[in-house]
Design a protein around this ligand. Structure first.
Ligand SMILES: Nc1ncnc2c1ncn2[C@@H]1O[C@H](COP(=O)(O)OP(=O)(O)OP(=O)(O)O)[C@@H](O)[C@H]1O
Ligand SMILES: [Zn+2]
Length: 740
């Protein structure tokens, strides 16, 4: 080491502190080794009594601390960067925008295995024919067509990565057979990106209808642009995605597709795999840890040409990224609700801009944020107003529940419609967004109800297995056999959940199969895929389930949808409640009549004359959403204003309140309230006590994002100095989606 010019490394470390850390290069490193320390590699360092893995941000010969006080790092863990410039920039943006320490953001962007010192970039398995293998001809494989395919693919190519072989429909066991016969061999090597002249398609794309074609033609590739594809359910948005991706692949680029929950929509991934002959990889939290590193690496190395993933995939490394697609962009799951509270959709926009590529946001029910941007012409607004594939839009009927005899919440008229549907040999879907048997267990003689010990909430009664369950904190209890307050032995289950609806419907339609679809019944990994298969076989059956059924499924035989309860959304205290209700109704309704047979949707409500509900049903989501935008504009709520929530919770209510009172005071000093900036609170959260903690919040609203970022930065700094901030759990939620 040159002592006059020691090498100073600036690192981002995964600690809760909002700063960088400086270290010297490892003491025993030669100048050549020091030169090899390049930003984006992982470095192992001492940190107090711990050893941490951080990311090298920059290298210099000066430090902001006295150099003699800096400790040397232990070692560099990588020979080449694991975080490249564009991901680094995205992490830096996210850290600043969401007020989160950069080191933690960067670690979140890496697969878990690389967060530890012993994790390393994997190598890729390649296959090629042996000399014996090359000498054969297809006659030799007459009786084993799978081996023949594998042999043919290998014969006409340089060594191929296993992922690329899978994409070409080559069976892994066939490769193993060839290997056994010494006709093929495999070896490990650093992954190489595929040559650009790849065959991209596996099947001929559909002919687009005019609206789809117009949407595709509007997209400018190779340049930033945000496109909102607002297409009614079943209008063929996916086909537009597929054809846009094909263009990008043909230009030798990669595509990133973000979807809400992969496990719930196995059909989506299947459609991509059917269409494309290129390697596709998945990134979501259900991929096992080891496989996640491999999948991540195949994107990183350029092997995978398409990445389909959930919100975390917005950080996926794609060296040749050419387009980002966010499907069902309105979906709440794109917002992480803990830790780094980021919106993957919003980060996707930032990423597309930094990479200068197009971003496609698709939904039948766009979020008001995106719709507003489209109406303001900040986004290109593409609309698909017709269903593709000759399917008609379903007829929506509002059913006035005040005049209806009912069976556990399901109206007689709905029962009759279900009966007729099953008689015709078709499938019906009953949507009830509450799992369990009944939302409460009460004593009708004294008014007692089963409440959670730890939350301001009632416990839900479940029947299979029988238990009381708090859906907010997870607490469980056995249902009492008599009222604990007045000893009345007859307790009543009040209201309905999916289990009760299932029981009622099974009793009424005992000739038919009734399938319950909720978090409890769909725990097994492939449950949704199996259900999809069963439904596609087309036997008449009745589905009862929660919002799991609302997500992008394509079940051609479902012709009737019954929405049991829309009133919850109308009465919600969250200012987004009504928007969510509208999205949910339209998404669930959209499952009806997606093929040749027309669909009907029955929407049950006790408030059938609610103006927004009526508008939703008679005019559709677009006009409904515009009306809500009007309301938001008049009371200056998002998207007309930029919000942040400072949340605090503590076992002692006064501590949480005191911290927020202090925060409000600091904020007012930093930025006095004005029409540009306002503070509300501390106010109790909707559920004031949850999981044995009292919860309060301070609402901050700004006309300008920049003011918000600056204020929050100073506020966090000041709060970190408050003794109380160590004893209270607090967090900042920028652009909160859930106000609870
Ligand atoms: N141009 C086309 N010609 C024929 N069929 C098409 C065309 N485009 C799409 N389809 C078919 O229409 C059906 C619905 O399309 P798709 O699932 O893409 O709709 P979507 O807009 O994504 O719906 P949702 O928002 O409800 O998920 C599919 O079976 C699809 O194969
Ligand atoms: Zn609870």
């Amino acid at each position: 080491m040159n002592c006059d010019h020691p090498t100073v490394l600036t690192l981002a470390l995964p600690t809760p502190l909002f700063r960088h850390f400086e270290y010297l290069a490892p003491a025993d490193y030669t100048p050549a080794q020091n030169d090899a320390l390049i930003p984006g590699i992982r470095v192992e360092v001492p940190f107090g009594r711990q050893t941490l893995v951080g990311i090298l941000i920059s290298k210099s010969h000066t430090a902001s601390y006295p150099i003699e006080k800096l400790k040397p790092a232990y070692q560099a863990l990588d020979a080449k960067p694991v975080i490249h410039g564009d991901i680094l920039a995205l992490c830096q943006f996210a850290a600043e925008y969401y007020q989160h320490p950069l080191g933690e953001v960067m670690m979140a962007a890496l697969p878990q295995k690389l967060r530890a010192s012993d994790g390393a970039l994997p190598q890729t398995a390649y296959w090629q024919l042996t000399t014996e293998g090359k000498g054969l001809n297809s006659e030799n494989f007459k009786r084993s067509p799978k081996q023949q395919t594998a042999w043919e693919v290998l014969l006409h190519s340089a060594p191929l990565a296993e992922t690329a072989l899978t994409a070409k429909q080559v069976d892994k066991s066939a490769l193993k057979q060839l290997q056994k016969k010494n006709l093929a061999e495999t070896f490990l090597a650093d992954a190489q990106a595929l040559p650009a002249s790849q065959q991209v398609l596996n099947e001929t794309p559909r002919t687009l209808n005019n609206e789809q074609q117009h949407a595709l033609d509007t997209i400018r590739f190779h340049k930033f642009g945000c496109y909102l594809l607002e297409g009614i359910t079943g209008s063929g948005k996916t086909e537009v995605y597929l054809q846009a991706i094909a263009r990008v692949l043909q230009a030798g680029q990669q595509a990133l597709v973000l979807v809400p929950e992969i496990g719930l929509t196995p059909q989506t991934v299947a459609r991509f795999e059917e269409r494309f002959a290129v390697p596709i990889t998945q990134l979501h939290s259900n991929v096992a840890k080891g496989a996640r590193l491999e999948n991540w690496h195949s994107a990183f190395s350029g092997q995978a040409r398409i990445v389909i993933g959930t919100r975390l995939a917005v950080f996926a490394p794609l060296p040749e990224l050419g387009i980002i697609i966010v499907d069902e962009e309105h979906d709440l799951s794109f917002k992480q609700q803990e830790g780094l509270r980021y919106s993957a959709r919003d980060l996707a926009i930032v990423r597309a801009k930094k990479n200068n590529i197009p971003l496609l946001l698709g939904s039948a029910t766009p979020s008001l944020e995106s719709l507003h941007n489209a109406l303001q012409q900040r986004y290109h607004h593409l609309r698909l107003t017709q269903r593709a594939a000759n399917a008609a839009t379903p007829a929506l009927q509002l059913l006035d529940m005040r005049k209806q005899p009912q069976h556990a919440g399901i109206a007689q008229a709905s029962m009759d419609a279900i009966s007729a549907t099953l008689e015709r040999g078709e499938q019906a879907l009953v949507f009830i967004n509450r799992r369990g048997f009944a939302p409460s267990l009460i004593c009708q003689s004294c008014g007692w109800s089963a409440a959670c010990k730890y939350c301001d909430a009632r416990m839900t009664l479940h029947n299979s297995p029988r238990k009381l369950h708090c859906h907010h904190c997870g607490a469980m209890a056995y249902p009492p056999s008599q009222c604990p307050s007045c000893m009345n032995p007859a307790l009543s289950a009040l209201g309905q959940g999916t289990e009760r609806a299932e029981e009622t419907l099974q009793a009424a339609f005992n000739q038919h199969t009734v399938i319950r679809v909720d978090q409890d019944s769909m725990q097994r990994k492939n449950a949704m895929a199996e259900l999809t298969q069963q439904l596609l076989e087309g036997q008449p059956c009745l589905l009862v389930g929660t919002q799991m059924l609302a997500k992008g499924h394509h079940f051609p035989n479902v012709t009737l949808v019954v929405i049991v309860d829309t009133d919850q959304g109308l009465l919600s205290g969250d200012f987004r409640g009504i928007e969510r209700m509208g999205q949910q109704v339209i998404q669930v309704a959209g499952r009806a009549g997606r093929a040749e047979k027309p669909g009907t949707v029955i929407i049950q409500s006790y408030r059938p004359d609610h103006p927004l509900l009526t508008q939703l049903i008679t005019e559709g989501y677009h006009n409904f959403a515009k009306s809500i935008l009007g309301e938001r504009a008049s009371c200056r709520m998002p998207p007309y204003n930029h919000m942040a929530l400072l949340r605090a919770e503590s076992k002692r209510a006064d501590n949480a309140k005191a911290l927020l009172t202090k925060a409000a005071q600091i904020a007012r000093q930093l930025q006095p309230p004005s029409p540009e900036c306002s503070y509300l609170g501390p106010i109790p959260a909707f559920m004031e006590r949850r999981n044995d903690r009292f919860r309060y919040q301070l609402q901050l609203q700004f006309s300008h994002r920049q003011t918000r970022t600056q204020l929050l930065q100073q506020l966090v700094e000041a709060l970190n100095k408050e003794a109380l901030s160590k004893r209270v759990r607090w967090s900042i939620d920028v652009d909160p989606q859930d106000m609870g």
